[in-house]
Design a protein around this ligand. Structure first.
Ligand code: GDP
Length: 181
């Protein structure tokens, strides 16, 4: 069954966003504690596809060894999983482009993994600022990608972008356009 994975820096709002999508509070536990989602979690949706909750990257408090260990694990999942249709990379829309997010996107591009960008927490600083930060991020990616991946601005708090994300999944399904380097 097709899988759509969600990944981002710890505390980016991934659990909240997954909860918003599946409309079931408590399904993907939200947490104030960075690094709580340690394993790959699958949520079956409508008996037809999976939301895959990947561990967050970039936490400072985890030791280098365990960080490297899970990075290897996640990278193996991403590059080898045939049922993986697309990765949603979550980016905090309050922040200017962050190197760690850009590097992760570059890596996905190198590996020819289809991905889309979800900018989170748009309610916190308003749509204009979110759009500004999203555009700055996409501009950075434009230095590397001929075609910048699709992006959606979201807020789990206000339920913004829910339909857009689900439509993206249902409309594109297996025909995601792979980014061209
Ligand atoms: P995760 O570590 O990426 O899974 O992040 P969580 O979903 O646990 O969210 C981290 C923190 O950000 C929590 O305190 C959430 O309540 C908060 N948060 C997540 N999404 C939103 C959002 O859309 N708007 C606002 N205002 N806060 C959010």
């Amino acid at each position: 069954m097709p899988e759509y994975a969600f990944i981002g820096r710890s505390n980016v709002g991934k659990s909240s966003l997954i909860n918003m999508l599946v409309n079931h509070h408590g399904l993907a536990k939200t947490s104030q504690r960075p690094g709580k989602t340690q394993l790959i979690n699958h949520f079956l949706i409508n008996q037809e596809w999976y939301i895959v909750d990947l561990p967050g990257y970039g936490y400072a408090k985890v030791s280098k060894t365990s960080r490297e260990k899970w990075e290897k694990f996640i990278r193996a999942y991403i590059t080898k999983r045939e049922s993986l249709q697309c990765i949603f990379v979550l980016i905090d829309s309050r922040l200017e482009p962050q190197q760690i997010d850009i590097e992760f996107c570059y890596w996905l591009g190198e590996k020819q993994i289809p991905f889309a960008l979800l900018f989170t927490k748009a309610d916190k600083q308003g749509m204009n600022e979110s759009i500004k930060n999203a555009n700055a991020f996409k501009k950075k990616l434009g230095e590397f990608f001929e075609e910048v991946p699709a992006s959606i601005i979201t807020s789990a708090e206000k339920h913004t972008g829910k339909e857009d994300v689900l439509n993206f999944i249902y409309e594109v399904n297996k025909d995601f356009v792979k980014p061209i380097i």
